[in-house]
Design a protein around this ligand. Structure first.
Ligand code: GLY
Length: 364
């Protein structure tokens, strides 16, 4: 069994730690601040690759689809291991359009996704409003995807942390920025941790490792601003080309999300939230008189080509990357955990992961 250090206690790091500890490895997580304190805890928690991926029947789509399939059993397992409950809602989704001209893109998406076994139904505006009476009369059609779901991300991440602790993972929080010493020893403010493998799961902060690891790691922070209203309650996740709405069990209606380039700034802006408000009211006219009661932002880790970095470094095979999941960190947590655990154990991968190899970018 291996001693493994994970640098980064977000949803990806926690999921890998839990999976590997369960398989009998000796796990340590080193987190600069608080576990789940960045993008993971700020996410809207949608498990919705069929709505979010428009036209890419590639290995990334397969990765997302596999993770969605893993989620029912995975979230159950985390609840049992953590001994806490959290919201997981197999709500399905409605991708709504406001213009007839957009119908073709729905039909095209439906056709290629059907080849992957995805279940979806093209509905008229009236059929959509039969399912969700609060939606606008301006919606002319939509695609219903019954297999999509969502999770309450802050509680999911807390449960993952608890599951890690309950199963014996050593969790070091507030460790400051970690670095790598000789023989891949992880060095943090008050710690020096020897391990057989080190997994870098540092999300939007991964570029800090370029020099230490001697390869180009183009992962950039893309700010997502989000806001939440008090109701009205919707049964499905509602997508449009300009944003989404998702109702949570606690009575909030979450509206997301911007994609801003603002460095590591997590402030919200009047423009960003204003745009979300405009679209929320267009989708659900009842919101016209409402003001969001909560606004926040998180930093998604975006890579140069849109694919995550998953796998070991060829020139230093004791170092493994699991980062750059951009809009899909919550969704991809179970599949990433299994891939990394299999990689460490030298098992054959069930999915093609070659397109995600971390050294695919050249140092400039
Ligand atoms: N997956 C939703 C978002 O990143 O906003």
């Amino acid at each position: 069994m291996a001693r493994i250090t994970i640098v980064g206690g977000g949803v990806i790091g926690l999921s890998i730690a839990y999976e590997c500890q369960k398989r009998g490895h000796d796990m340590t997580i080193v987190e600069a601040e608080e576990c789940g304190g960045q993008a993971s805890g700020a996410a809207a928690g949608m498990l919705a690759p069929y709505s979010e991926i428009e036209e890419d029947p590639d290995d990334f789509f397969r990765l997302c689809q596999r993770s969605l399939q893993l989620f029912p059993a995975w979230q159950n397992e985390i609840k049992l291991a953590a001994q806490v409950d959290f919201e997981y809602n197999e709500s399905g989704s409605l991708y709504c359009i406001f213009h007839e001209a957009d119908r073709l893109s729905l039909e095209t998406k439906k056709a290629w996704q059907e080849k992957f076994g995805v279940e979806s139904y093209l509905l008229s505006g009236n059929d959509i409003r039969e399912k969700e009476p609060e939606l606008s009369q301006e919606i002319v059609a939509g695609l219903w995807c019954p297999e999509e779901s969502h999770i309450y991300a802050p509680d999911y991440v807390s449960a993952l942390l608890q599951a890690c602790r309950n199963t014996g993972v050593r969790v070091i929080e507030h460790a400051g920025e970690a670095t790598l010493g000789d023989d891949n020893v992880v060095l943090a403010e008050h710690y020096e941790i020897e391990a057989d493998y080190t997994v870098i799961a540092t999300g939007a902060w991964t570029m800090n490792w370029e020099e230490k690891l001697g390869c180009s790691l183009p992962v950039y922070p893309i700010r997502g601003q989000i806001c939440a209203y008090e109701g009205p309650s919707l049964q499905h996740i509602i997508f449009t080309s300009q944003g989404y709405l998702v109702a949570k069990e606690n009575g909030s209606l979450v509206a997301g999300a911007s994609e801003d380039i603002a460095g590591f700034n997590t402030d919200i802006t009047a423009h960003g939230i204003g745009r979300l408000e405009k679209w929320s009211k267009k989708i659900v006219p009842k919101l016209i008189k409402e003001t969001p009661f909560h606004t926040w932002a998180g930093l998604r880790p975006a890579t140069q080509d849109g694919f995550p970095l998953i796998g070991r470094l060829q020139h230093n095979p004791k170092i493994i990357l699991a980062t750059g999941h951009y809009r899909n960190g919550i969704l991809l947590s179970p599949v990433t955990a299994k891939i990394i655990a299999d990689e460490i154990e030298g098992k054959a991968q069930e999915l093609a992961i070659d397109d995600f190899r971390p050294e695919r970018f050249q140092l400039t």
